[in-house]
Design a protein around this ligand. Structure first.
Ligand SMILES: Nc1ncnc2c1ncn2[C@@H]1O[C@H](COP(=O)(O)OP(=O)(O)O)[C@@H](O)[C@H]1O
Ligand SMILES: [Mg+2]
Length: 372
């Protein structure tokens, strides 16, 4: 970050309305700690589960002192900025909310997962506010969040992905079930199209289980997807940068449960994260190449974790999904695979801040031209 005489003011947005609220808070602690106080002023902003935005002044101390989560009560006690359906508005990031030294926000790190965080909505707000922010823009975020649209983008770009059928509430009935059985068979996976952390994901082994799984998916989203069950190892690759995007060494998830469920991800600690994954050089190169293609296919910027199934002896790498805001705790896969690739956690965070500023500057040069 040479050339900046002053410290950069970085706003860390965490919490959020999605089911992944807690994951976000743990990530925020790690990221806040990684930013060198000699070069960055970190301003944490909490978003409560109800969608209230609060200036979490007390959080700064807590970010420094506690390894784990922020206290449950904190967001409600902070200074209220905006809330509910009231958007905080562009002023949140501008000179009107400058710190006592008059410095506006330089970069926002939206460390939010799932709907209202990773899906383009917050990115749209940040675009309107005209502030630099880390990660994918509106389109990339929305596209990668929607499993149906994402898979269509994969197919259009020749990236292998599990066979799938998408559905909405009014499609549910005997014809849908017949089609699932004919085209996909059992076991199959039923999911809400827009969600994360395995929330609402069901492995269905027979017709009896299908209706409940479909109902659950539709409780969480207007759109649902059913996929063939792929038998294979779960391999994940980190992508970083824009020109060109770089792929990390791959990592491997060994689920502790029947599949990689929410509990397995966050509660039981039974899943194993192995990095680097044990793969031969040709497979290693292939999965890294595909990760970059998937990243580009989804119009991602700066960072993503691209997840695959490795169907050995079959189709090889089959792309499951792109995550535009991957888990960012110290032990999460995205920082892990970059660590293994020679980029330390603090270097990674700093690089993401740089990439956000670079994109912002590119866009400022085209000021007046419509954004995506
Ligand atoms: N088509 C599939 N075949 C086999 N396993 C799957 C399939 N889809 C999902 N899974 C299992 O379920 C987990 C969560 O599904 P995923 O689509 O990645 O949802 P999320 O976006 O919530 O992470 C995966 O990590 C994997 O263990
Ligand atoms: Mg996943």
């Amino acid at each position: 970050m040479a050339g900046h005489g002053r410290r950069l003011r970085v706003m860390l947005l965490f919490g959020g309305r999605s089911a992944e609220h807690d994951v976000s808070r743990v990530s925020a602690v790690s990221v806040g700690r990684a930013l060198d106080p000699a070069r960055f002023i970190v301003e944490p902003i909490g978003i409560t589960r109800e969608g209230l935005w609060v200036r979490a002044d007390a959080a700064r101390e807590l970010l420094a002192d506690h390894a784990q989560a922020l206290p449950e009560g904190l967001p409600m006690e902070g200074r209220l900025i905006g809330g509910g359906t009231t958007l905080p508005g562009p002023d949140l990031f501008g000179p009107g909310t400058a710190d006592p030294n008059g410095q506006p926000v330089d970069v926002v790190i939206p460390l939010l997962h799932g709907p209202y965080g990773e899906d383009g909505t917050i990115q749209g707000l940040l675009e309107i506010a005209g502030v630099a922010y880390v990660g994918s823009g509106v389109l990339g975020s929305a596209l990668a969040m929607d499993k149906v649209s994402m898979k269509r983008a994969f197919l259009a770009c020749g990236i292998p992905t599990p066979r799938f059928i998408d559905f909405r509430e009014w499609d549910v009935g005997p014809a849908l079930i017949a089609r699932i059985e004919r085209e996909l068979g059992y076991p199959c996976f039923v999911k809400p199209a827009n969600m994360g952390s395995s929330i609402g994901v069901s492995k269905v082994v027979d017709r009896a289980g299908l209706a409940g799984a479909i109902a659950l998916a539709l409780e969480l989203d207007e759109y649902g997807i059913v996929e063939e069950a792929v038998t294979g190892r779960e391999i994940e690759v980190g992508v970083l940068g824009d020109h060109p995007p770089m792929a990390s060494v791959p990592g491997e998830i060994v689920p502790g449960a029947e599949f990689y469920t929410y509990d397995d991800k966050y509660l039981d600690g039974l899943a194993q994260l192995i990095a680097p994954a044990a793969l031969g050089p040709a497979d290693m190169a292939e999965v890294r190449r595909l990760a970059i293609e998937a990243f580009v296919a989804c119009r991602c910027d700066a960072m993503a974790r691209v997840d695959f199934f490795f169907e050995e002896g079959g189709r090889g790498f089959v792309c499951n999904e792109v995550n535009t805001i991957p888990g960012f705790t110290a032990i999460s896969m995205y920082p892990r695979v970059w660590q293994e690739s020679g980029v330390s956690y603090p270097e990674l965070v700093e690089r993401l801040v740089e990439l956000a500023i670079e994109r912002h500057q590119r866009r400022m040069r085209r000021a007046g031209a419509p954004r995506r």
